[in-house]
Design a protein around this ligand. Structure first.
Ligand SMILES: Nc1ncnc2c1ncn2[C@@H]1O[C@H](COP(=O)(O)OP(=O)(O)O)[C@@H](O)[C@H]1O
Ligand SMILES: CC(C)(COP(=O)(O)O)[C@@H](O)C(=O)NCCC(=O)O
Ligand SMILES: [K+]
Length: 279
């Protein structure tokens, strides 16, 4: 069995993957806290032959986790952002500083779709771009839905946006505090993602497939104006591509990879942007 770990700022996600069949056997998540330890919340390590980790938690948390895991598991692979991998060149001036979850997502996106825009809606919302030929441009970081809501301190933090609400409802003016806050942060997130996607496609002269992941991807996806695919396992897929262990992974197949809808034409993207130009 392979244990994959995606340690984010809010949640540490894990899944167990069968080494022979490549099937996902179980998955779960625990809060990422300072005292995070693999233990009761994490699956039985006796069955684990290898661990793959993507972590944006503090380096000390990662090191403690790795030390603990190494006592019981032979192979522990820790992903790091690099200047180049799998045909993608990192757009950061200091490549190691790019969040490794963003790097994993960008590598997975490029493997699946070629040039692409990768959006990760977690504690932060990150938007990364990879051009044809594999040039990663860099990207954008904004607060995630939960962070935006908490920063307002209006006592609405425990009333989450229903991911099944229709975009129409979410875009309407709120008629109480919870609605006003939820609709406001929804609007902030989707406007930013729609606009950033269009602006970058416009400036680079290419219509890019759009991939979305993260705990709030389903909600944000409701407000997207362009075709896109949801890929909950996108960060894990980057781990699979960097450290292929199963026969399917060695053949380049990534678990849970979605069908990616073709993007709308560049003309349509530009026509959409034209509405926001007033001069
Ligand atoms: N069951 C849940 N528990 C916690 N957060 C959730 C849950 N479902 C959705 N969310 C949202 O997802 C975000 C966490 O998403 P995730 O992608 O795991 O973030 P990170 O990678 O930063 O830890 C939270 O900020 C919250 O808005
Ligand atoms: C931007 C992030 C905080 C997003 O993390 P997440 O919301 O997934 O927990 C993370 O990718 C990170 O710590 N990045 C380092 C800074 C950077 O990417 O420039
Ligand atoms: K994120």
């Amino acid at each position: 069995m392979i244990l994959d770990l995606d340690i984010g700022n809010t949640l540490s996600k894990w899944r167990l993957k069968d080494t022979a069949s490549s099937e996902i056997r179980s998955r779960g998540a625990v809060w990422t806290r300072e005292e995070w330890r693999p233990g009761a919340d994490i699956p039985d390590l006796d069955v684990v032959e290898a661990v793959r980790i993507s972590s944006v938690a503090r380096e000390a948390v990662l090191q403690e986790t790795v030390t603990l895991l190494k006592r019981q598991v032979g192979a522990v692979h820790v992903a790091r952002s690099a200047a180049e991998a799998l045909g993608v060149s990192n757009g950061y001036r200091e490549p190691g500083r790019l969040g490794v979850d963003r790097w994993m997502g960008s590598l997975a996106g490029y493997q699946l779709a070629g040039a692409c825009c990768c959006v990760d809606c977690g504690s932060a919302i990150t938007i990364d771009f990879v051009l044809p030929g594999g040039r990663h441009l860099g990207g954008y970081i904004l607060p995630g839905l939960r962070l935006m809501k908490e920063s307002l301190q209006l006592g609405t933090r425990n009333v989450a946006i229903d991911p099944d609400s229709e975009a129409d409802e979410l875009l309407a003016p709120g008629r109480n505090t919870v609605e006003a806050v939820n609709h406001g942060i929804f609007m902030a997130a989707v406007s930013a993602v729609n606009r950033i996607y269009s602006e970058v496609c416009d400036r680079e002269g290419v219509a890019l497939p759009l991939l979305m992941t993260g705990g709030d991807a389903r909600v944000v996806s409701r407000g997207m104006r362009v075709p896109h695919a949801l890929w909950p396992d996108m960060v894990y897929a980057g781990l699979e591509a960097c450290f292929p262990l199963t026969p399917a992974e060695r053949a380049g197949r990534m678990a849970g990879a979605p069908r990616v809808p073709p993007p709308v034409t560049l003309e349509k993207i530009r026509a959409g942007l034209a509405f926001s130009v007033f001069v």
